[in-house]
Design a protein around this ligand. Sequence first.
Ligand SMILES: [Zn+2]
Length: 253
Amino acid sequence: MNAFGKRSSVAVVLLGMACAGRADARMIPGSDCQESSKACTCADAPYMELFLKNQQVALDAWKTTRNDIAVNGGASTFEDARASFAQNFHGDARVLTPLAICKDLDTAKIAGPDFLGDGAEVDDCFCTNVCRDIVDGVIAHERTHVAVNIVGIDYMIGVGIGCKVGSFPQQFCDTSNALLLSESEVLAHTVGNNLLSSRLNDLQASDPENPEMECTWEPLPAAQQAAPPPQAPQGFFQRVQMLAQRFLHGAQR
Ligand SMILES: [Zn+2]
């Protein structure tokens, strides 16, 4: 296959990831979602904390998934990686409580990357039933996927050539798609979680409804055990992370 053919086929595979979030007719652009959401107040803090903790558990599950694929192989497609994640992730069902009002919500399709629009699309009922800092974190997550996929396309071309000429180990070549999705999820969760965490800190320092007051709330009881700590990233991850960071910083004003 020539370089152009390789580029087209890889692009199609990567763009296929967006389709999962596109099937629902009630998906709206990220910027519309931000506009329709309400600002977070002290009263939202316990749920924000719960949502963040759940996303941190998801991040750990993606790191476990990624490291397991890198060490043990056994996953070659995006679907394989998602199936592995589903086994590693034990979510907190309490995150769905405020969304019970959303009768048609598909909890597997709350948000997705939007490659041709503003980078993210989000379920409109989610947008109006969680506060804006959570929405912003979800949108940052999806936009990170777009950034990773853009650098990932070039990276996968490089992997394709390296695998073709036999310069990479076979297990790495067999697992590169699953690794790319896992790494994309690790980065997206990291970016989204960091944003929500810093907003929660800001909220704690000052209650928007009483700016002179600190915002305090009862810590939530633990719902589950956290995943084991992740291992150090290997060269593959460092390279994709470096490219993604460069893209993200370049994309910012
Ligand atoms: Zn994601």
